[in-house]
Design a protein around this ligand. Structure first.
Ligand SMILES: Cc1cc2nc3c(=O)[nH]c(=O)nc-3n(C[C@H](O)[C@H](O)[C@H](O)COP(=O)(O)OP(=O)(O)OC[C@H]3O[C@@H](n4cnc5c(N)ncnc54)[C@H](O)[C@@H]3O)c2cc1C
Length: 442
């Protein structure tokens, strides 16, 4: 048996990293706070199916997924409809979260991963600056490496000492507060409105989506500030007025949850420690998708661990994971965090103006499977093309100011991300991460 690895949290990133490492002979145990039956939310997810290929897995059987509907975006005035037209090869798939879990957990078990359910991870155990294990509801556990896959409120990441340069908490405007439920469907809708996304609805900082499916109507209400039941009830009443397909009976879901919508964690590793998935804020900041990125990061992390022939699993040897993740994924996500910040600064009428004047058009909103950086989201436009497009279209001075501010922040974030130290040296890394975090201030 190879060296011992603990994975905290059985999400998409944790399970798949565990699977890849067990296939490489490591002794891997996943500690998950939920029972097996309660793993995953009772709803569907949309993601890039190439995530499975990255993991070396064949696609699940065809009955388990379908292609996602194109979305139609509306500003608060509901006047301009921007309907996506995603090319067939860029369409993401929609799959039940429970089926995704069944599939990856099955593969992890086949590879020899041990899964311990109903076991809450409480804190890391440190020896000096090295993470050597975890405290759990079932007792202390020790390992050569701890992979933190506990999600955005990870108690492991949160308790790490400041001296490691790993940001403990997400701050305001970096988390999206979401309520999602499947309601009984009470009407059919036109094709164009099968998946409606309302941006800054009623001028509120957030989005609502209404996806009218065959058997239910999927409603998501997301805000940058915490949501409560009264606000959900009020918003549902407003949505029903213009969306006759939303009934009053909840069929599935109905939970309050959070999604990270920010730049990836600046430092992903420490001695004996690596963060992955939502623990490391790997979601696409504007749209909150994190599944495919978690799968891709699992592959990058497993490769870095396998390549560490000295079996040190130190910050130095795991830095390969950090640099490769940023090269392939993180450097595209960081600038998108600047775009998200700009969106949080917009007034409702300013977004209406942006939609009405075509500053953002249907092509720009066509976010496909490979849209994990700004250029690909804007149809492959170069930064110079973007500047020309914006310069020619924006006559509103306040909007222009906000867009220019975003442009400057974006250029800085891109440059700072690219200047990440090539090798791990604590002093250089701490200096770099301070600068990186500074790029994303609201
Ligand atoms: C409403 C909603 C809709 C979403 N839709 C999509 C979508 O359509 N497409 C997409 O790509 N992404 C979507 N996401 C984001 C996606 O769910 C995450 O990015 C992805 O699941 C991250 O995987 P992860 O490995 O970080 O694990 P997570 O899903 O964050 O799971 C963490 C795991 O750790 C466990 N855990 C937490 N704390 C502890 C503890 N203390 N001890 C032990 N175990 C613990 C949890 O129970 C959970 O199993 C959505 C998220 C939400 C909330």
């Amino acid at each position: 048996m190879g060296r011992k690895i603990i994975v905290t949290g059985g999400g998409h990133g944790g399970i798949t990293a565990a699977m890849l490492l067990a296939k490489n002979g490591f002794d891997v145990t996943v500690f998950e706070k939920n029972s097996r039956e309660n793993m995953g939310h009772d709803w569907t997810d949309i993601f890039d199916k190439k995530g499975f290929t990255e993991l070396g897995l064949e696609l699940p059987s065809k009955e388990l997924y379908k292609l996602k509907h194109d979305m139609t975006f509306y500003g608060p005035a509901m006047q301009t409809a921007l309907h996506q037209n995603t090319p067939a090869d860029q369409l993401e798939i929609q799959m039940e979260r429970r089926d995704i879990y069944n599939y990856i957990i099955g593969k992890a078990e086949d590879a020899g991963v041990k899964l311990v359910y109903d076991c809450e991870v409480v804190a890391p155990i440190l020896f000096g600056n090295r993470v050597v294990g975890i405290k759990t509801s079932g007792g202390d556990e020790f390992a050569d490496l701890v992979i933190d896959a506990c999600g955005m409120d990870s108690p492991v990441r949160r308790a790490l000492p400041e001296s490691l340069g790993i940001q403990n908490e997400a701050i305001e405007y970096e988390q999206f507060y979401v309520y999602r439920a499947f309601w009984n469907k009470t009407a059919e809708v036109e094709d164009i409105d099968k998946f409606k996304v309302l941006m800054l609805p009623e001028g509120k900082l957030g989005i609502s989506w209404i996806a009218t499916e065959e058997e239910h109507t999927d409603v998501l209400i997301g805000r940058f500030l915490p949501l409560d039941t009264d606000e959900v009830d009020r918003t549902m009443d407003v949505l029903r007025l213009s969306n006759p397909s939303i009934g009053t009976q909840i069929l599935r879901g109905g939970q309050f949850v959070k999604i990270p919508v920010r730049q990836p964690l600046g430092v992903l590793v420490a001695d004996g420690y690596a963060a992955i998935g939502d623990s490391a804020f790997m979601t696409v900041p504007i749209i909150g998708s994190g599944i495919a990125n978690s799968f891709k990061a699992a592959r990058i992390l497993a490769d870095a661990i396998v390549a560490d022939k000295d079996e040190a699993y130190s910050a130095e040897s795991l830095w390969k994971y950090q640099t490769e993740f940023y090269k392939r994924i993180g450097s595209g996500l960081a600038p998108l965090a600047c775009v998200k910040l700009m969106l949080t600064r917009l007034e409702g009428h300013e977004l209406d103006y942006i939609f009405a004047t075509g500053i953002l058009n249907a092509d720009d909103m066509t976010i496909g499977a490979d849209s994990t950086n700004l250029a690909s989201m804007l149809g492959g436009m170069s930064f110079d093309d973007i500047k020309i497009k914006l310069g020619g279209l924006i006559n509103d001075k306040t909007v222009l100011k906000k867009v220019v501010r975003m442009g400057l922040e974006l250029v800085k974030a891109t440059a700072v991300t690219a200047a990440m130290p090539k090798k791990y040296d604590r002093t250089a890394v701490l200096k770099w991460v301070k600068e990186y975090n500074e790029c994303f201030k609201q």
